[in-house]
Design a protein around this ligand. Structure first.
Ligand code: F3S
Length: 426
């Protein structure tokens, strides 16, 4: 791999042992990927504070510096972690102290995480604590090279913002945060950003649920490649594309898509395929839409819903406001809980706007920092849950061994109020 003189100096220890260990990791990683060079980056979204048994043991026995070396740099070196070299944020992690008594989540994890936040905050990590950093001020520019984790955030950054990142890991983002470098391969390169599959939409897609189902379809069609979406689509907003991307990254491993005329990088179908003849389209019509709906609801058998989950990926303020409007003046069934997951910064806005109070008056909760899939925690005794998120409907049954219903916000609120699932495709 080609290295600049500055990169060679980092590798050789000119900036200290932690940076040398970070460069060592990036060189091993880059060699495995046949990357020819490193990209300069100024935007890292990774995870350092998320509690785990290994982290708890390392911190207890050796402290946070050692935990960072082992977990975030794949190094057994003994050194102090220097300040982050470039802007770095913490993605979603575990629940915080305000979830105590609400979420069955271990107090030791909350304490470990609080200690981690203090350590990493001192080292320059912005504790955004959300899977949607783009909703709370981390908006990389078009063409900007980044090192991000979290599949739903990576696909949003590449496709909606036109930034450039692969789906990185805990160690590669750790190394990137100390060096401002990441192997230049995959989505960083112009040649790898063209469309590979064409999806022709022949049924109107213009609401949140439909964008999720279309994303689930597109992920199944494209796998880990790049779908290009054309046809009967309305104007999506941030939440629609947040849902679409998370679903496409769930049923497949999509990290980049193009919607000519909507997403910024490829304004036409011709541009999306680099002037090549587009492949035969995969048609998304009424039958495919119904098939997606049935797949997302195939785990649901009992109509008795004991848990409703909204906000995956983490909710926007407008989604929280819509949930509050739907719950206003209502009361949850005594046998059902409702949680809305949100970035903490946006929960603060919801609190100040009075939305949280309306939701709490109905018996629901707005929770920050995490989610049931991330923290493997749902209300005690949950057997059946309902959600408006294709991603949670896909993952949570496997993670927690529960049944799932997938529907609209209104159907989910109805399930929370009646304790029964009355949804159906319209
Ligand atoms: Fe975020 Fe959890 Fe969904 S981390 S994308 S709310 S699975």
């Amino acid at each position: 791999m080609f290295l600049t003189d500055a990169e060679k100096a980092m590798r050789d220890g000119a900036e200290g042992p932690a940076v040398a260990a970070a460069m060592d990791l990036l060189l091993r990683y880059g060699a495995a990927l046949y990357a020819s060079r490193l990209c300069d980056i100024r935007n890292v979204a990774g995870t350092m504070t998320q509690p785990s048994p290994v982290k708890a043991r390392l911190v207890k026995e050796h402290g946070w510096d050692k935990a960072f070396a082992v977990i975030n740099l794949d190094s057994d070196g003994d050194f102090e972690v220097p300040p982050m070299a470039v802007p770095t944020c913490q993605l979603q992690h575990g629940f915080g102290a305000d979830a105590l008594g609400i979420v069955p989540y271990p107090k030791e994890n909350i304490e470990l995480q609080a200690s981690g936040e203090a350590f990493y905050g001192r080292h320059g990590v912005n504790i955004l604590a959300t899977c949607t950093p783009y909703q709370v001020g981390n908006l990389p520019m078009r063409g900007e090279h980044c090192a991000w984790m979290e599949s739903s955030a990576v696909i949003y950054a590449n496709s909606v913002l036109g930034a450039r990142t692969n789906c990185e890991g805990i160690a590669s983002t750790g190394a990137a945060s100390l060096t401002g470098k990441i192997p230049c391969w995959g989505n960083h390169l112009d040649a790898n950003r063209y469309g590979t599959h064409l999806v022709d939409v022949r049924v109107q897609v213009d609401n949140f649920q439909d964008w999720g189902m279309l994303g689930y379809f597109a992920g199944g069609v494209a796998g880990e490649d790049h779908p290009v979406i054309t046809g009967s689509i309305g104007q999506p907003d941030l939440t629609d594309l947040k849902h679409f991307g998370a679903a496409a990254a769930t049923s497949g491993g999509v990290e980049l898509y193009h919607i000519p005329g909507i997403t910024p990088e490829k304004p036409t179908v011709e541009a999306a395929f680099g002037g090549a003849v587009p492949p035969s389209p995969a048609v998304y019509g009424p039958a495919e839409r119904r098939a997606m709906y049935e797949t997302l609801n195939e785990i649901g058998t009992s109509a008795d819903v004991d848990f409703v989950l909204l906000g995956c990926p983490h909710a926007s303020v407008d989604q929280i406001r819509s949930a509050a409007a739907a719950l206003d003046g209502k009361r949850l069934s005594p046998s059902t809980e409702l949680w809305i997951m949100a970035p903490r910064a946006l929960k603060d806005v919801a609190d100040r706007s009075g939305y949280t109070e309306v939701i709490q008056r109905a018996g629901g909760r707005v929770l920050a920092d995490s989610c049931p899939a991330m923290s493997r925690a749902a209300p005690k005794g949950t057997k059946v849950f309902a959600t408006d998120s294709a991603k949670q409907a896909h993952y949570l049954p496997a993670i927690l061994g529960i049944e799932a219903w997938f529907g609209t916000l209104e159907e989910c609120v109805d399930a929370a109020v009646t304790g029964r699932w009355n949804g159906g495709l319209r």
